[in-house]
Design a protein around this ligand. Structure first.
Ligand SMILES: [Zn+2]
Ligand SMILES: [Zn+2]
Length: 209
């Protein structure tokens, strides 16, 4: 999912280093998944609380993490709004998510209704930091973009959970996967997202260990 400029960085790195060097870099910088790894989910701007809880539960289930939800929303960063595009630069939202607890065992996931983008891309569903422990997902393009389009709550929650599990997977060192049902498969449209599951394939699960 090119919801992440991490993919672009990966391509650039590949031009400079060998594939092996890139893989070692990714694994050495990832957050380590352990029994005490915590997930903090933070609404950025006004977000349906029920949806935030549903996403937190799915990510926690996928990785066996302890979920926690921020009691208050974080404000959208005024400086992150592009005056012409009307979108927020995704990295500026992630910058708002730095936890007080800098422990490497904390993953912070922001959820926003704002439309977000990364340099060179029209929009992103989400973005993960590398190296780092923050990721963000946007609901803006998970909803139908055609006038009068409708999506059920459960369908929207399912799409949001897939993006969240995917981005947190990147934080944990997972790369894009070729298994068509794996949540780590690259998807750049809502329909492609619908074709995947919310689950990690066996190979990606082994990567986490
Ligand atoms: Zn991705
Ligand atoms: Zn996989």
């Amino acid at each position: 999912m090119s919801w992440s400029n991490r993919h672009v960085r990966g391509i650039v790195l590949t031009l400079v280093f060998s594939t092996m060097a890139v893989m070692q870099y990714a694994h050495s910088q990832r957050v380590r998944l352990g029994d005490t790894t915590r997930l903090l989910v933070v609404p950025v701007g006004d977000v349906d609380r029920r949806l935030v809880v549903a996403v937190a539960q799915e990510v926690a289930r996928a990785y066996g993490m302890l979920p926690q939800i921020a009691t208050t929303s974080t404000a959208l960063p005024p400086g992150g709004l592009h005056p012409v595009r009307g979108q927020y630069l995704a990295s500026t939202l992630r910058a708002c998510l730095r936890p007080d607890d800098r422990s490497s065992e904390v993953i912070v996931l922001g959820i926003t209704e704002a439309d977000i983008y990364a340099p060179g891309l029209n929009f992103v569903f989400g973005e993960a930091d590398l190296p780092g422990n923050t990721a963000v997902l946007s609901l803006a393009h998970l909803r139908p973009t055609t006038p009068g389009g409708h999506i059920s709550y459960s369908h929207l929650a399912e799409r949001a959970a897939k993006v969240a599990v995917h981005e947190v997977g990147h934080l944990l060192g997972l790369e894009h996967c070729r298994d068509e049902r794996c949540v780590m498969q690259f998807a750049n449209s809502a329909s492609a997202l619908d074709a995947t599951s919310c689950e990690l394939c066996p190979a990606c699960q082994r990567e986490l260990r």
